[in-house]
Design a protein around this ligand. Structure first.
Ligand SMILES: *Cc1c(COP(=O)(O)O)cnc(C)c1O
Length: 357
């Protein structure tokens, strides 16, 4: 056993991106509530009203006891946002990937996935029993090679990618990937967990998967696509069929948050500007999303830096293998609208980097 024990720590999240951890108040760069919507007044009041009106729990799975008009409204709003005919909600993003991948493909099918895909797509792939092949991260030439070589030996083929990679913050070349999937008659599932609400929606003929739990500040997951496909998932995806529907407060909160991200585009500008300011001052490649990794390679160096930052009042998680490949341990900075340019400059000061501009 290597020394990679990771123990969750009691951490309370307060307003304005502040957290309490180890008895200390810290500015957090470790939260996916990028737009601060979990505390937006419209979102809070929607959740409270829904709870008062409909209670705290959904009561049963959708398949057995039907689904509320609130769920119907959110599914329609998500479909509209994604530019698809239809959408369906799952208990979480994890459950959405697990249920969707295992419903779509099986033993005689092929999955081709980006090397850096999230754990829940790995788990969904395993559960499906399909043959899994991986292509080099964001390498469309390698993806095409695998499609060319293996596609015809299988009934169905599913390509799995993320829009924004959760530990790297870089963006998939979706135009090219979509064209390849079409050319080789493969389905494409794009996990938009970290892009939704932060990058403009990317419309196209593929399966849109996302979470309500990050920029939307709520809880739950979704898949959006054609009417035929969503109809199929609702009666085939086991993580949806055999699990209780989302609580009214989560659904209402996500619905209100979805409206906020459309009405207040300046929120995503603010958070992206924060990330870009950081990469500019650090001399890193310009941020493409709210996530910026600082790869220090060595696991103990990453941990030591994270502890140093914590002593100085900042929380920046060290991400180590197996979450990321061996020798790519890193600090993962997640930016939000609650950060100010001053906070970012001070953070870099602590890192001991000379600010040139
Ligand atoms: C967080 C995350 C998920 C899981 O979403 P939850 O709603 O938290 O279960 C799926 N995919 C990616 C890429 C993620 O980062």
């Amino acid at each position: 056993m290597q020394k990679r024990l990771r123990q969750p720590v009691v951490t309370n999240r307060h307003e304005n991106g502040l957290i309490n951890r180890h008895g200390k108040q810290l500015i957090s760069f470790g939260c996916n509530d990028y737009l601060g919507l979990s505390r937006h007044p419209n979102v809070l009041s929607a959740a409270t009203e829904a709870t008062e009106k409909w209670g705290t729990g959904a009561g049963a799975s959708q398949l057995v006891s039907g689904y509320s008009s609130l769920i119907e409204d959110l599914e329609q709003a998500l479909a509209h946002y994604c530019g698809t005919e239809s959408a369906c909600l799952f208990g979480s993003g994890y459950l959405a990937n697990l249920g969707t991948i295992s419903a779509l493909v099986g033993k005689n099918d092929l999955i081709i996935a980006d090397k850096l895909m999230h754990a829940c797509m790995v788990d969904g792939s395993k559960l499906s029993g399909a043959n899994l092949r991986r292509f080099k991260h964001n390498d469309v030439v390698h993806l095409e090679q695998l499609l060319k070589e293996h596609r015809q030996s299988y009934d169905h083929c599913l390509v799995l990618v993320e829009r924004v990679y959760s530990m790297d913050g870089d963006v998939a070349p979706l135009d090219d990937i979509l064209a390849l999937a079409k050319h080789y008659d493969a389905w494409l599932l794009v996990d938009d967990a970290h892009g939704m609400g932060v990058l403009p929606p990317y419309h196209g003929d593929y399966l849109h998967m996302g979470t309500l739990s990050k920029a939307l500040g709520s809880y739950g997951g979704y898949v959006a696509g054609s009417q035929t496909l969503i109809k199929y998932l609702k009666t085939s995806a086991r993580s949806l069929m055999f699990s209780t529907a989302l609580p009214p407060a989560s659904v209402a909160a996500a619905l209100a948050a979805l409206k906020v991200i459309q009405d207040e585009p300046q929120l995503r500008e603010t958070v992206l500007n924060n990330a870009r300011l950081f990469t500019q001052l650090m001399g890193l490649k310009e941020a493409q999303s709210t996530i910026v990794p600082w790869v220090v390679k060595d696991e103990s160096a990453a941990l030591a830096l994270s502890l140093l930052l914590e002593e100085q009042g900042y929380y920046v998680p060290a991400i180590r293998p197996p979450t990321v490949p061996v020798k790519t341990a890193r600090l993962r900075f997640a930016f939000s609208v609650s950060h100010t340019p001053e906070m970012i400059r001070n953070l870099i000061d602590v890192l001991g980097i000379e600010i040139v501009s």
